[in-house]
Design a protein around this ligand. Sequence first.
Ligand SMILES: [Zn+2]
Length: 127
Amino acid sequence: MLIDTVELDWRDVSPAWLGEARRVAAASGDLPRLSDVDVDVLALAIGLDATLVTDDFRLRNAFSSNGGHVEAAGVKKTTNVWAWAMHCTGCGVQSDVPEDVPRSKKDDVGSCDRCGSPLTLKRKRKR
Ligand SMILES: [Zn+2]
């Protein structure tokens, strides 16, 4: 995973950039499935206004949904941008992804405020 023209130094990711990265990733709905490193990379790309070179589709989606420029590292370019929503497996209610969502590649992303059932992430159509 590379960012153009940047000497990577993870200690230099500012809290403000991380906050912005979380805001951007929450807005696109990708945040719950991003690792700490993913969020760091996103924060650097946003903070430095860099071109994000990655094949990680969630990173690409989050960054390009914010107007960022992404380039594929290997696979062919995708141009689709989508958004994710929290979807209740019980009552079916959909909600936006909050910035303080628990993040994990595997576990569920919380439970429903209304009925307590597990929430999952579902792709939703862009406005
Ligand atoms: Zn529910």
